[in-house]
Design a protein. Sequence first.
Length: 133
Amino acid sequence: EELHDSVSLYLDDISAPVRIEAASWLAEQSGPHRERALATLRDALALPEWWSALRACRSIELLGETALPLLPEMRALYDRTRHEPGDEHFFLAFSAGAFLDMLGEPTDPWDFAPKPESARSLPGSIPDRTVLP
């Protein structure tokens, strides 16, 4: 318990990664600090640096049912990012979606199959050979 109390001081650290890692560990390991740790992770989902928000999102995903109180926030994050272009939206939606899937929540399926037109745009690809009559 003394270790948990010591680590809980890092929930107020100036560094987002430090706060997130401390919160992730405390949410999993410490009943007395769990609520505050989950609140720290929830707040980190709204950080302007998407990579820090992703770190929090992934931590929540790995916590699984322990992070069930954050289901509304993870649903909102997924719904906001799932169909938006850009790597940041993809990574956030993928992690939030994995959390939702784990809890039996509905999500849209991912389609990673290559599209027929994508092969033609690769460097070094053979151009279409149209046969004329």
